[in-house]
Write a protein that binds this ligand. Structure first.
Ligand code: NI
Length: 272
């Protein structure tokens, strides 16, 4: 089971790096910083990854989640993002060495009809049982769209536009600061990243949350990649890298949930 989990995250990671070159640089920088302060090399641990989808039955949140439930994950939290027309759940494994999984879905009935039509046309290309395949979670898009369709989506939902270009894959990986030896705070990590030239998402402040909500998060802004549409090219945001610091609850255990107000701002890391 553990090998299967590691294998899935390894595929997701490689697929993510292919369109997020800055994540590899940040990863190497943080690992080097950790190792540089000790004799042995240190591996980063992921706090969570995030996946996106639409609430269309054959590919909805529950379909994506079924892959993780089969690997021993359990559902641990539900979140609503009214303004962005999204719903999300998070899943945990009993071992904290396996990343938590945050899956969101766009509520397409809350989108204008022209947006719904484009999304339904995209998803029509996916066979009914496709979402059960082992590689579905990093299968990318199953459709092609044109630049006008992209522009229609982006005008109403940056999330829908992101899905139309990148499809099924990790939207971000998240470094767990709690598993690091040489960073005491997210501020310290952010300073290193900014000094090294990386751009952080400052929507709602560079650090979302904090000790008062038991979770502090920051993230890079997504890389921008040239993408081919059926009628031309556009350079648009791909994926970003996130950083999380968790704080202990009354029990002494670290809080493992998510904070909707912070996640709401983190979504904007892929905005144009
Ligand atoms: Ni996240």
């Amino acid at each position: 089971m553990h090998n299967k989990i590691d294998s899935l995250f390894s595929h997701l990671w490689q697929d993510y790096l292919a369109i997020t070159p800055s994540a590899k640089k940040v990863h190497d920088l943080l690992e080097e910083f950790e190792s540089g302060h000790s004799d042995k090399s240190t591996k980063l641990v992921n706090d969570h990854i995030a996946l996106r989808t639409f609430n269309i039955e054959k590919i909805n949140l529950d379909k994506l989640a079924s892959h993780f439930l089969a690997l021993g994950y359990t559902e641990q939290g539900q979140y609503d993002f009214t303004e962005k027309k999204l719903r999300a759940k998070h899943f945990e494994h009993a071992s904290d060495m396996h990343p938590k999984v945050f899956i969101s879905e766009l509520l397409i009935e809350e989108m204008p009809v022209d947006v719904q039509k484009i999304i339904l046309k995209m998803v029509d290309n996916i066979a009914d049982d496709q979402s059960l395949k082992d590689n579905f979670l990093y299968s990318g898009t199953h459709w092609q769209i044109n630049t006008q369709e992209y522009d229609t989506l982006v005008a109403h939902s940056e999330y829908a536009a992101w899905m139309s270009v990148w499809g099924f894959r990790a939207n971000h990986f998240t470094v767990s600061l709690n598993h690091m030896q040489h960073f005491n705070s997210l501020e310290q990590m952010n300073t290193l990243l900014k000094e090294s030239g990386f751009v952080l998402n400052s929507s709602g402040g560079e650090i979302k949350g904090g000790p008062e909500v038991l979770l502090a998060q920051s993230s890079t802004m997504a890389d921008k990649i040239e993408v081919k549409f059926t009628n031309g090219k556009k350079t648009i945001p791909s994926c970003f890298y996130e950083f999380a610091q968790r704080y202990p609850m009354g029990s002494g255990n670290l809080y493992q949930g998510f904070v909707a107000a912070s996640a709401n701002k983190i979504f904007e890391s892929t905005h144009n």
